[in-house]
Structure formats: C-alpha cells, structure tokens
Design a protein around this ligand. Structure first.
Ligand code: AMP
Length: 399
C-alpha cells in the first residue's frame, strides 16, 4: 500500500510517499512559503535525485497539487498517476481528550479536531488546512489523522492532573496531554524488539531530545507519564523553549518590563531554553563547539539540559518502581554521543552502565550500555512518518 504522509504547518507542508510494509520511502519533500509565494523541494531517495521549484501556492490546496504534480512527473516522479496513492495520513498535533488513537477522517473527526483548536491554537488550524486541501484535491482518497497526543492518553489521573482548581479540568479540559506521542510510541515498540522482550512487563524511559524535547515513562507499552503538558512548553529546557519554570517569573517580568502575555510567551517559546541561557544558539552542535572553546554560558546551557533530563529519568524510575530500558532518540538523542554520556553517567546507582565504545554511534539502532548493565540503554532513530503510514494502512485496510 502506498501512503502519502502529510505534516502541514501554517506556511509549510512536509510530505512523504511511502510503503509502510516495506518501509520504502518513494519520495519526500517540503512545500514552503505557502500563502506568500511558494517553493517546492522534492527528493527521490532511490535515485539520490533532488528537484526544486518556485511554484505559486496561495493556499495549501495549491501546495498539495504541486506535490501530486511532482510525484507523477515524467522526470522526478515516482508514480504514474494519483490512482497509485491508496490513502493519506496526516499528523495532527492536538487530539485533546477526544482521541486516544489514530482515526479515519470524517465529518465528526474534523469537528473534534476543530474543538481542540483552543488547546493547539498554532498547529491544529494548520493541520486542518492540510486535511481540507487533500479532501479538495483528492476527494476519493481515504484519510487518517494521527495525533501527537494520543499515545499519552493512557496516563493515570494522578499523572495528568494539575494542582489547580479542579473545575479548570472539568470545565476547560486543563490537564497534562503531552506531545511527541507518535515518536515515543514508535521508539518504545522498537526498544522492546531490540531487547528481545515483550512490551508487557517492560518499564521504559523514552528521551526524545531534539529542538523540542520530551521524556515519557512507558509501562507495558503504555505511557504513564510525560514531561510536556497542556502545551509543548513544559518539561526539560529545549532549543528555544523554557521548559518547566516557576509561574511567578511571568508576573515578575511582566510587571518589570510591561510585557503583555503574548510578548511573555514569545520570550518563553522562542528566546529561552539553551538559546536563552547561552546567548549563542539553539543548535546543540553550536553549543558544543562554543563550550569546547571555553564559553561559560554555552557550557552552562548544556549542563542545565543534561541535569534536567537526568532528573526526569530519576523521577520516572521512581514513578515506575524501576526501569529496564532508556531510549535516546531525535536529533540530539540519535547523534550526540557526548550528550548521552553526560546524561547517563551518574546513574550507575540505578543499574545504568554505559559502554563508551558502543555509545560512539550515530543515527542507527544500537544498544549503548555495557553487556552487564542492568538497564539497557539504546539509541533508536525515530520514524514518525512510518508510524503515521502504518496507522493509516492499518485503518484503511479495515474499511
Ligand atoms: P530534531 O528537532 O529532532 O530535528 O533535532 C534537531 C537538533 O538536533 C538540533 O539542535 C541539532 O543541533 C541537533 N543535532 C543534530 N545532529 C547533532 C550532532 N551530531 N550533535 C549534536 N546535536 C545534533
């Protein structure tokens, strides 16, 4: 089955055409500057081919048309016609409490995604634009929504409840939701396979460390806690996002500088995290270089990041009553051996023993703990597109 995976942002749209059974990626690419002018980058991995073009994209519908044109082009296309696409899978950020798993997109599903807009005000409208564009351009293709929040819906009440007046949960659905769920779901299933264990009976901590970062505690293949919250601003410090902090800081800084809430949130979302501490960059490679050259704030930013990730690993081991496996994934987790070492060192007391040589790996599945480590530490490259394509194929095959 060939599935077109779509991840629509407000002015961009990423796509991948793949066969989830064989994991073959036939083509992938990116539409940018939608609503401004329009630019397409299209890649065919099997032929190492790249095609770039300026194409007018006043709306997401023209972007999807450009994608279909590229996929069927006589030079850089990979299919003869649109008929070869069996289904479309969409990444949707916020499924609120309505979605515990992926689902076929029908009118009720669209209504429910719309109802989640107040919870995901930046992403859900963009995701809906992607869905509506595909419905317009490919009206007969079945479409599936895969939610970033769905995997976390198994969290127990005690893990998702905030200690604020309960009516805000009852009336306004204020609770921990968590994100990166598709990634945590994928890597935790792969981890069980790599360990040769059934997910049942397994306690895992998944560390998705990228530009955005979150950790998840997973028991029996189900999420029991995660670091992000109502939105993706909570948890460990990130590239530019603050992570957990004392809400008093908002009042204090807003009072001192006259910021309104929008300005304050821009600071916390875009100017904080390791960028905010270091003043150097949000990119971990830049921070490592600057720290190696003696830049104190770059060193401090990395230390704060390592420390907070380590603290959450300890917290989740306590919450689960132990841990069998720790997973590192996403840009930093998959590539930065030094970061993994810095986080995992000092955890010997809970049975983590790293193997320096095995840890010297990048971007491929590997066990990086010593053979006699009680806790298996792993690198598992995430593949959210494969997960979206697999869910789509599974749901569509049952129609
Ligand atoms: P992601 O959001 O998953 O795409 O991850 C992006 C982050 O991964 C950026 O901050 C990059 O600096 C980081 N990253 C990618 N490769 C490396 C590397 N070799 N060492 C350290 N960080 C890396």
């Amino acid at each position: 089955m060939k599935v077109l995976v779509i991840n629509a942002g407000s002015s961009s749209l990423k796509y991948q055409l793949m066969d989830p059974a064989t994991r073959d990626v036939l083509a992938k690419g990116l539409c940018e500057r939608i609503g401004i002018d329009g630019r397409l980058t299209h890649k065919v991995p099997a032929k190492d081919q790249k095609f770039e073009a300026e194409i007018a994209m006043p709306t997401h519908a023209e972007a999807i048309e450009a994608v279909l044109q590229a996929l069927t082009d006589s030079d850089h296309g990979v299919i003869a016609s649109m008929d070869e696409i069996d289904a479309v899978g969409h990444r949707v950020l916020h499924g609120g409490m309505a979605f515990t798993e992926s689902c076929i997109i029908d009118d009720a599903c669209i209504e429910a995604i719309k109802e989640c807009i107040p919870l995901g005000p930046l992403h859900n409208p963009a995701n809906l634009m992607g869905i509506e564009a595909c419905q317009k351009v490919m009206p007969t293709k079945p479409q599936v929504a895969v939610f970033d929040t769905a995997f976390h819906m198994t969290m127990p009440e005690k893990a998702f409840t905030y200690a604020i007046p309960y009516e805000y949960y009852e009336k306004d659905k204020v609770r921990r939701y968590g994100f990166h769920g598709t990634s945590h779901r994928y890597v935790s299933a792969r981890a069980a396979a790599l360990m040769g264990r059934d997910p049942k009976g397994l306690k895992l901590i998944s560390c998705h460390l990228g530009n955005g970062s979150s950790l998840a505690a997973i028991v029996d293949g189900k999420c029991v806690d995660t670091t992000m919250g109502l939105g993706p601003l909570a948890g460990v410090p990130m590239g530019t996002r603050a992570g957990d902090m004392d809400a008093t800081i908002l009042e204090y800084l807003m009072g001192r500088y006259g910021y309104d809430i929008k300005e304050m949130l821009t600071i916390l979302n875009k100017k904080s995290g390791v960028l905010g501490i270091s003043g150097v960059s949000s990119d971990f490679r830049d921070l490592e270089s600057a720290a190696a050259e003696g830049n104190h704030r770059a060193r401090l930013a990395l230390d704060v990041f390592y420390y907070d990730v380590k603290k959450y690993i300890g917290a989740y081991a306590a919450a689960m009553g132990g841990v069998d496996g720790i997973i590192f994934t996403a840009g930093v987790g998959e590539n930065a051996a030094g970061t993994r070492m810095a986080i995992a060192s000092g955890l010997e007391y809970m049975g983590v023993k790293m193997d320096e040589e095995k840890n010297n790996t990048r971007g491929k599945e590997a066990i990086i703990s010593a053979d006699d480590s009680k806790v298996t530490v792993m690198v598992i490259p995430t593949d959210e597109e494969l997960m979206i394509a697999s869910d789509t194929a599974e749901i569509v095959s049952k129609l």
